[in-house]
Design a protein around this ligand. Structure first.
Ligand code: ADP
Ligand code: MG
Length: 313
C-alpha cells in the first residue's frame, strides 16, 4: 500500500447496531470499538483518513424517543434529529478512535464536525416521499399522522411507517472546515447520516424534513477532499449478483461499466446497495482511483484486495 494514500471511510449505520441488539450504550460502544480498531490500524500505516457514517437504526430510536415523550417535551423536526444523531454517533466514534490511537501510541486526534448538506428545493424527490424511517405505527396512529401531513406506507404484517423525501446532496456547507481539519492531519468525522438537509432561499439556509442517503453525500465529500480511495463499510461482505436468490454470486471486482450494467438490470435496489454503487460510479468518474465495499472487520484485507468488492474505472 502506498504510504501517502488518502481515503474516505463511510461506515453504515446498520454496522453500528446489529439486528437483535437493543442499542444499549455498551452494545453501541463495543460495536463502535470493533469498527474503529481496523481504521486506527490503517492510520498507523500512514494512510490519511476522513470518516463519515450513516444513522439508520439510531435515527429510528431518536424519532421513537420523540414520540414517547411528545406529551411532555415538544418533538423536534427530523432535520434536528439528524443533527442529534451526528452528535451522538460522532461523540462515540471520536472517543473510540481517539482511545485506540492513544493505545497504539499515535499522536493524532479526531474531530467531529456537525455538517449541513444543501439540497435543491425543486428536487423531484420532494414530490414523492420514498424513504421509510422510524417506528411502525397502528392504523389509528397512522390516520392521525397522515392528517398532520406525514406521508406513510403500510407494510404488510408490521404496520405503518413514515416516508420522507430523499433528495440528492448538492453541496457540503462546512466543506472548508472539513478540508482545513483534514489538511492539518486531524481525522474529521463529517456529514453523518447524509448530513443535515437544508435548502437555500434568498441566502438563508432552512432545515427540511428529508433524509439524504449517506453514500451519495460520502461520494461528494470524497470528491471535495480529492481523495484517492473510498471505502464503504456495511453489514454484508461484498456486492452480489442475484442477491435475493439461491444462486447469488459475490463479485470480487467490478468495472464502472459492469457496475452501470448491473445497476440497470436491477441487481442493486434503491435505498440499500443501489446508492452505494451510484456513489462509487460518481466518485470514480470524478477521478477517484478505486472504491471498496466490505464489512468493517474486513477493512485491512479489503484494502489489500483480499476481501470485499473492489470497483475500479
Ligand atoms: P448501510 O447502513 O451500510 O448503508 P444498507 O442496509 O443501506 O446498509 O445496505 C446494505 C444492505 O444491502 C445489505 O445488508 C443487503 O441486505 C442489501 N443488498 C441489497 N442488494 C444487495 C446486493 N446486490 N449485494 C449485497 N447486498 C445487497
Ligand atoms: Mg444505507
Amino acid at each position: 500500500m502506498h504510504s501517502d494514500s488518502s481515503l474516505l471511510i463511510a461506515l453504515g449505520g446498520n454496522a453500528l447496531i446489529l439486528p437483535g441488539e437493543k442499542g444499549h450504550i455498551e452494545e453501541q460502544f463495543s460495536r463502535t470499538n470493533a469498527c474503529m480498531m481496523p481504521i486506527a490500524a490503517l492510520i498507523a500505516k500512514g494512510v490519511k483518513v476522513a470518516i463519515t457514517h450513516g444513522n439508520g437504526p439510531i435515527i429510528g430510536n431518536i424519532l421513537l424517543r420523540n414520540e414517547c415523550a411528545k406529551d411532555y417535551i415538544p418533538p423536534m423536526p427530523l432535520y434536528i434529529c439528524v443533527a442529534d444523531s451526528q452528535g451522538g454517533i460522532g461523540a462515540m466514534m471520536g472517543q473510540s478512535l481517539n482511545n485506540e490511537l492513544r493505545r497504539l501510541g499515535i499522536d493524532k486526534t479526531v474531530s467531529t464536525i456537525i455538517t449541513h448538506v444543501l439540497v435543491d428545493g425543486n428536487d423531484p424527490a420532494f414530490r414523492e416521499a420514498t424513504k421509510p424511517i422510524g417506528p411502525y405505527y397502528s392504523d389509528e396512529e397512522a390516520r392521525i399522522y397522515m392528517k398532520m401531513g406525514w406521508s406513510m406506507r403500510k407494510i404488510p404484517e408490521r404496520g405503518w411507517r413514515r416516508l420522507v423525501p430523499s433528495p440528492r446532496p448538492k453541496k457540503i456547507v462546512e466543506i472548508e472546515t472539513i478540508k482545513t481539519v483534514f489538511e492539518r492531519g486531524i481525522i474529521p468525522i463529517a456529514s453523518g447520516g447524509g448530513g443535515i438537509p437544508v435548502i437555500e432561499e434568498n441566502r438563508v439556509l432552512k432545515g427540511v424534513d428529508a433524509v439524504i442517503d449517506k453514500d451519495l453525500s460520502a461520494s461528494l465529500l470524497a470528491c471535495e477532499l480529492s481523495l484517492e480511495r473510498f471505502v464503504i463499510l456495511t453489514d454484508v461482505d461484498g456486492v452480489y449478483l442475484n442477491w435475493e436468490s439461491k444462486n447469488k454470486k459475490k463479485l470480487d471486482s467490478l468495472t464502472i461499466d459492469e457496475a452501470k450494467r448491473y445497476l440497470f438490470e436491477g441487481h442493486f435496489p434503491p435505498g440499500s446497495m443501489g446508492p452505494k454503487i451510484e456513489a462509487a460510479i460518481e466518485f470514480l468518474e470524478s477521478g477517484g482511483k478505486d472504491v471498496m465495499i466490505a464489512r468493517p472487520e474486513d477493512l485491512i484485507e479489503a484494502m489489500d484486495g483480499r476481501a470485499g468488492t473492489r470497483i475500479t474505472s
